[in-house]
Structure formats: C-alpha cells, structure tokens
Design a binder for this molecule. Structure first.
Ligand code: NAD
Length: 509
C-alpha cells in the first residue's frame, strides 16, 4: 500500500494479464494507487446516497436488468473467462455465468422479504415492542481471487447493490479483465455508472481499499492474506467477511453407491482444474470399498481430455491452471507425497508446451501426515487414503486447520446426515460435491481457518446491511417502575416478582 501511495503522482505500473493455456498476453491494466482507490470510493459513495433512497423493490428491478444483459451477452463473458482463467467453456457457463444470473434472479425476487423489518416480541416487557431493520452499510469493498473471477465478486456485488450499497471491487491481478467486462455489462444494464467501481492492482491496491473509508470488506482468498485483511479491518473497526481456503474431505462409507461416488469425486477434484476452494482435496475410503472406488476414479480420470479450451469448443474437460505459481505448488506437493510413499495411479506431472497445465492426478497410499493431505493443493490432484471404518474417516476429516466444505457418501441418507453433523465444516454435502455454491439461498463460508462470516443466503444478504434495532412503547405509561426515585417498597416488589418469575415453581417447592 505504501509504495502505491508514494507513487501517486508518477504513472502507475501496469499488470499484464495472460491466457494461461497459451501464454499469450491478453492486455494490460494499471496498478491503481491509493489516491485512485479513494477517488473511486468517493464516487461510489456519492452515487450510493441516491441509490439507497430507492425502495428495495425498485433496486431489485434495476439489478435484474444485469441478469438479462448477462444472458444476452453470455458468450462474450464465457470467451473471456476461458481466455483469462483457462477454464473450460462448460465451467465458465455453469460455474460462473449461470451462478450469477440465478443469484440475481433469486435475490431480486426474495430480498424485499429477506430484508423486511423483523418483529421481536418481548417476553417480559409486554408493554413495549422491538423490531430489527436492515440499513445499507454504504460502500462495500470486495477483494477477489482469480479462481472464480466472475461468480465470486459479481455475485457479492449484485447482493450488495440490492441491499442498497455502492461497491468498489479489487479483482485479482491475475484476472482483471473479467471484472472490467462485468463493469461493461453493468453499464449496458443502465445501472448508475458510479455506484459500482473496479480498481485494478495487486495486494497494495487491495490494502488501499481497506484503508479508503469503505464500510465493510468482503474478502475471498488465501488464509495468509485473510489474516492480514482481518487485522487491517480490525484496526479500522470495519466488519469483514473472510472466505478463505479449504481442504474438503470426502468420507466414503462402505455402503456408498460407488459409481455415483467415483463420478462425483472425479468431478469434484478436477473441475476448474481443482482450483476450487471446495474441491475434493482428500478422500477417506473405508477398506472394504477402497480398491473398487480407486479403480473407478482412475478409469474416469484417464478419460479426461485436458487442453486449451479457448481454441476448441466444448470438448475439453480439464483446462489450464490460472496462475503459473500454482502449478509449482501442486508439483511440489505431489513430488513430496510420492517421495514419502504415495503411489501415482495416473497423471502426476505438469503438462508440456507453452500453457500452464498439471495432469489430472490420482494418488493412493496417502497418509494423513503427508502435506498433500494437510495443505490446500488447489490443483487437479485427488489423494486417497484407506481407512478402517467411518469413525476413523470422520476423525481424520476433522484433523485439519481448515473447514470449508466436506462430503459424505453413503446409501443411507439418515446415516449420511448423522455423519455430516459430526464433521467440522461450514457446509457438508451428502452424496454430492461443490454444487451449493450455485444455490443462492444456502450460506457459504467456513469454520476454523477457512474464514469468518457467510456469503449468499439471508445471512449473507443481511450482513451487507447494518442490523439496527428499534424499541418502542405499545402502551403509554407515566413511568417505569425501576426509574427514580429508588424506594424500599419498589425493591421488595421487584424482588417478589423476580422470585415468582425466575425461582422454583410453586409446585416444585
Ligand atoms: P490471495 O490471498 O493471494 O489473493 C486474494 C486477493 O487479495 C487478490 O485480489 C490480491 O490482490 C489481494 N491481496 C493480496 N494481498 C493483500 C493485502 N495485503 N490486502 C488486501 N488485499 C490483498 O488468494 P488467491 O491466490 O487469489 O486465491 C486463492 C485462494 O482463495 C485459495 O486459498 C482459495 O481456497 C481461496 N478461495 C476461497 C473461497 C471461499 O469461498 N472460501 C473461494 C475462492 C477462493
């Protein structure tokens, strides 16, 4: 942040975005200075004052237009998501564009009811009443990662706008053009131009955003950066939502439907090249089904076609890895696991050629103490460990500093739910993977080091507002009994009343 601020008058440096599947440059964006970030926040704040005056229904109607424009121009957005993010066309459609379009429609329909005042009847002070109402916070600062450069920040942006806020978005330096394209669609939807701002840059620009007077930060990224963001928000006493890393375990029970389970784990481990905070990052398979499960997962994996989805159409299953350094992280984790006794069933190496690829990889004979079972891989690798029973699987699933998503596979739905409730994670899915990010009514967020707070759902929407409380009289009394002057008689009356209300019931005496 300091360096950006000190070069405020000099021409800022630029960031070059590249196509990770080919290594070809896409374009340059400026690394914006602290002064430029502050100016963007001021513009958003001025526009927000008017925006917040609109009724929530009017705001919903206007934001809905964004979903319409997005669907009209979906291919444009998909092309860019493929070119800048390296993902496949189906992932760009299903995990990015459709997620946002559905989220906008859902909240445009339900936000008036989710943000309606909530009455709080008082159990004791019957002559008074309370209610909660939800007031826009002002300007929300959104700091985003590169793995879902559209659905994460733009979903948050649309919810923030519906809640009556302005937004300043700092996209990842790896994928800035997706955010700029989103702004283009936003303008095409005829939403207030200044209300939503995009500030491009690296970490220093993100830090400048936290320091720019915004009223809340919604951060999605790594645990290490999340700690810094949380500390900076704490200094400024602004609330923050922290959506951080994951290490999702898949617990596979003896009675699991192995065909469905293998297909789910294969997709859950390799979709978006494994660069999903909810990716299946470790599998605990009970002994009796371990070999049959591995056989199926390996067979599926060997069928996957990896490549540059920007040059072919829909026939690529696994795309490029978005960030070059992530390929090295994945390679090191796999090599270390193999050196400690893990077996490569398929894959195991980085791709050859100009692009950033790592082969879809299945590892067996993994042990809990290996880094590949403990650290976030964030790449196309599925490490599998044999366990004696479900109890051991649950114990190992919980033996992690992360707790974002977790998965359980069993044919017995009730047992699945019982196991799910014992796993320490923000969301546990039974017999499925990843999908609830696309369900806007469900909360998203983690326990332990996976973060603080929730996005999506009524909880996430209300968090974008200040929850304010009004308490009012229902009956006009001359005075309250506990007001001045204090008298012995009042003391006795209150004590008698309190004993009656809170002491042993007369039939228990
Ligand atoms: P990152 O932490 O490196 O960067 C995230 C964002 O923070 C970027 O925009 C970056 O420029 C910015 N930033 C860096 N330093 C900053 C600072 N000091 N102050 C403010 N902003 C700063 O993360 P990444 O590599 O872009 O994303 C991958 C990580 O994100 C993975 O760990 C993944 O699990 C996590 N993630 C979590 C979720 C979730 O919902 N929980 C979703 C997607 C990704």
């Amino acid at each position: 942040m300091g360096s950006a601020a000190s070069t405020a008058s000099a021409r800022p440096s630029v960031i070059t975005s590249i196509n990770p599947a080919t290594g070809t440059p896409i374009g340059e964006v400026p690394e914006m200075t602290a002064a430029e970030v502050r100016a963007a926040v001021d513009l958003a704040r001025a526009a927000q004052r008017e925006w917040a005056q609109l009724s929530i229904e009017a705001r919903c109607r206007k934001v809905l237009r964004f979903a319409e424009v997005l669907m009209e121009r979906a291919e444009e957005m998909i092309d860019l998501l493929v070119r800048e993010g390296g993902k496949t066309r189906l992932e760009a459609l299903g995990m990015e564009v459709v997620v946002v379009a559905d989220l906008v429609r859902y909240f445009a329909k339900h936000a008036p009811e989710l943000l309606a005042p909530v009455p709080l009847p008082l159990h004791l002070l019957k002559h008074r009443a309370s209610y909660l109402h939800f007031v826009p916070r002002g300007v929300i600062g959104i700091i985003a990662p590169w793995n879902f450069p559209f659905s994460i920040p733009i979903g948050e942006t649309m919810m923030s706008l519906i809640a009556g806020n302005g937004v300043v978005l700092k996209p990842s330096e790896i994928t800035p053009f997706v955010a700029l394209k989103a702004k283009e669609l936003y303008l095409a939807a005829e939403l207030p131009p200044d209300l939503f701002q995009v500030v491009t840059g690296r970490g220093s620009t993100g830090a400048a955003l936290i320091d720019s007077g915004v009223n809340k930060i919604v951060f999605t990224g790594s645990v290490a950066t999340g700690r810094k963001v949380g500390a900076a928000c704490g200094e400024r006493l602004i609330p923050c939502t922290l959506e951080l890393g994951g290490k999702a375990p898949a617990v596979v029970c003896a009675d699991a439907d192995l065909d469905r389970t293998a297909a789910a784990i294969t997709w859950g481990g390799f979709a978006n090249s494994g660069q999903v905070c909810a990716s299946v990052e470790r599998v605990y398979a009970v002994d009796s089904i371990h070999d049959a499960l591995v056989e199926r997962i390996v067979a599926h994996t060997k069928e996957l076609r990896q490549g540059d989805a920007s040059s072919s159409l829909s026939d690529v299953d696994v795309g490029a890895m978005t960030w070059d350094q992530q390929v090295s992280t994945v390679e090191k984790l796999v090599d270390a696991a193999v050196a400690s006794g893990a077996k490569v069933e398929t894959g195991g190496k980085r791709g050859t050629g100009p692009g950033q690829f790592f082969q879809p990889t299945v590892l067996t004979s993994c042990r809990q103490e290996m880094d590949v079972m403990r650290k976030e891989i964030f790449g196309p690798v599925i490490p599998i460990m044999r366990v004696t029973d479900e109890a051991e699987a649950v114990r190992l699933a919980n033996d992690s500093h992360l707790g974002l998503l977790a998965y359980v596979f069993t044919r017995d739905r009730e047992r699945g739910k019982r196991i799910a409730e014992r796993i320490q994670a923000g969301t546990v899915m039974v017999n499925d993977v990843l999908a609830t990010y696309g369900c806007p009514e469900t909360p998203w967020g983690g326990v332990k080091d996976s973060g603080i707070g929730r996005t999506h759902s009524a909880i996430g929407l209300r968090d974008l507002c200040e929850t304010r409380h009004v308490n009012h009289d229902r009956v006009a009394l001359a005075r309250e009994v506990w007001w001045y002057p204090y008298k012995e008689g009042t003391f006795r009356t209150i004590l008698r009343g309190a004993r009656l209300l809170f002491g042993k019931r007369f039939w228990q005496r």
